[in-house]
Design a protein around this ligand. Structure first.
Ligand code: F6R
Length: 234
């Protein structure tokens, strides 16, 4: 595992955006696993700037997102499909047909199977971007008794609902379920980049140096052969 500590959050995001740019320039049809949440937003902004400046071409790139809320459609402004469109896809030259965010509507089990198929299609992701929750969750794999292997519908914990309520009018509006890649699904990626702001320092340290346990889901990253953790000192 490689750990990069930068001087600022802006530098953290620049380092990651550059890594993604270099990957896509070296492999124009790269498959990227993407994340939502507050943490990656500045990375996506930088990728948009790079794309507009002609430094990186996304026309042949494929993407698959980690997770999606259940019970809200992709047109809802808090859905992860809407997030990806407005924060990245609508502003770069990617073909939207090559972007996949699971549906959170209808048959959740069928939606989970569809996401698992997309993860398999064309082989493992060249890179999976991850944020981390304060309780150590990655994707929506919440602390629990065993690592979930495959894509699955999940009940969100109270702490995650509370953390995500900042983006909704009322805490009661936060969906209580989601569809998420499982831990096994995430570990299939060839390379994993975990990004964490200074506010996540404590949980990152626990995940990277503590025991590997499903009670700290991100601790499983210690077992992957190519993980880079990028965080900042302040
Ligand atoms: C989002 C996701 C989550 C977030 C995590 C951190 O697709 O899978 O695991 O990465 O909840 O969220 P932020 O970045 O908002 O602190």
């Amino acid at each position: 595992m490689k750990v990069i500590v930068t001087n600022s959050y802006d530098e953290t995001c620049a380092v990651i955006a550059n890594m993604i740019k270099e990957l896509v320039n070296a492999k124009p049809d790269a498959k990227l696993g993407l994340a939502t949440g507050g943490t990656p937003v500045p990375i996506y902004k930088k990728l948009i700037e790079m794309n507009k400046a002609g430094e990186v071409d996304f026309s042949r790139v494929h993407t698959v997102n980690l997770d999606e809320y259940c019970g809200i459609p992709g047109t809802h402004d808090q859905s992860y499909r809407y997030f990806m469109d407005t924060n990245l896809f609508d502003h770069i030259n990617i073909d939207k047909k090559n972007t996949f965010v699971a549906s959170g509507m209808g048959d959740f089990e069928a939606n989970a199977r569809e996401l698992e198929e997309k993860v398999r299609e064309g082989g493992a992701a060249d890179l999976q971007l991850l944020g981390i929750g304060h309780n150590g969750h990655i994707g929506f794999n919440e602390p629990c008794e065993s690592f979930p292997a495959a894509v699955h519908p999940v009940e969100l914990t109270e702490s995650t609902i509370q953390a995500n309520s900042r983006l909704f009018d009322r805490v009661e509006d936060v969906p209580t379920r989601a569809i998420t890649m499982g831990i096994g699904t995430i570990l299939k990626a060839r390379r994993i980049l975990l990004i964490a702001g200074a506010d996540k320092r404590e949980i990152v340290e626990k995940a990277l140096t503590g025991p590997v346990t499903p009670w700290v889901p991100a601790s499983v990253l210690q077992l992957h052969r190519d993980v880079t953790v990028i965080t900042c000192g302040e």
